[in-house]
Ligand binder design. Structure first.
Ligand code: PMP
Length: 289
């Protein structure tokens, strides 16, 4: 029987119901995280849970647990559902209250759910993927990992309709980030990625990648770059919890560099794999149960 967490308590999935006046359901008034599970272990969970609490603080949702408490609950859930490779999704909404825009009174408790998903994994480096470019129509607090994802969804749908994996968003000529990822370019061996401002989500994979660059001696700059720089870059890299380090080898139908994953991207992918094995143990190919 698949288990979920509801407000920190283990429940059968079939018991979990959405209240239609949950503000997450009606307004997208909540925050979420996705954590990857490798070998039954949560990868970079402390960073994800710290960001979850920061996102909640930014919109005045009070999470009544510490990072350590949530981590312990999630570990128990992963063990209970016997997830070797997969993801844990969790969200906190502002709670259930008669529909009204202002926050409800402070005695309304946030609603917290978490569930697991099995994702088969073979540890292979991700092959090159195609992307489109699209105007970034989202709000100006993209640093908050909010449940409100309409702008992201519309961008991703455009990519899907054109057979592409990601939509790379830009505000005017400045590239911000992907619809569900961060985007970096490599030019003459140097990596450039948008600084962690209100215009992007400061991805955990982005942060792991920058640490890897330091360790490998790959120079990097957290500096915005333009659409023009993007399409003529030697390499383009997409990073996210689910896509890990993915080379973008085609944008709007044009090849990037040679059209094959570049050498810096491959180096970073290998180092990322080593890092996840360091944290979660040696990866042996998994198949769906
Ligand atoms: N930007 C956006 C808009 C995202 O949705 C994601 C995926 N959560 C990312 C960046 C990458 O973040 P992370 O590496 O923490 O998954």
């Amino acid at each position: 029987m698949e288990k979920m967490l509801l407000d920190g308590e283990m429940r059968n999935r079939s018991e979990i119901k959405v209240e239609f006046e949950d503000r997450g359901y009606q307004f997208g008034d909540g925050v979420y995280e996705v954590i990857r599970v490798y070998n039954g272990k949560l990868f970079t969970s402390e960073m994800h849970l710290t960001r979850l609490i920061e996102s909640a603080n930014k919109i005045s949702i009070k999470i009544p647990y510490t990072v350590e408490e949530i981590e312990a609950q999630l570990k128990e859930l992963v063990a209970e559902n016997e997830i070797a490779f997969g993801t844990v999704y969790m969200q906190f909404t502002r709670g259930v209250s008669p529909r009204n825009h202002p926050f409800p009174s402070t005695d309304v408790a946030p609603v917290y759910v978490a569930y697991t998903k099995e994702v088969p994994y073979n540890g292979a480096l991700k092959p090159g993927a195609k992307a489109i470019t699209i105007e970034d129509i989202r709000w100006l607090r993209c640093d908050i990992k909010s449940l409100n994802l309409l702008g992201n969804i519309l961008a991703k749908q455009k990519a899907a309709e054109t057979g592409c994996f990601e939509a790379i968003q830009h505000r005017g000529s400045t590239v911000t980030e992907g619809s569900s990822s961060n985007i970096s370019i490599v030019v003459n061996g140097e990596l450039k990625t948008h600084p962690a401002t209100n215009l992007i989500l400061n991805g955990i994979t982005r942060q792991v990648m920058l640490k890897i660059c330091e360790d490998l001696g790959v120079a990097y700059k957290e500096e915005a770059f333009t659409l023009e720089e993007l399409v003529v870059a030697d390499e383009v890299i997409m990073t996210s919890t689910t896509a890990e380090i993915t080379p973008i080898t085609e944008i709007d139908g044009q090849s990037i560099g040679s059209g094959e994953p570049g050498t810096v991207t491959r180096q970073i992918q290998q180092a990322f794999h080593a890092e996840l094995e360091r944290q979660c143990g040696h990866i042996i190919e998994s198949v769906a149960k």
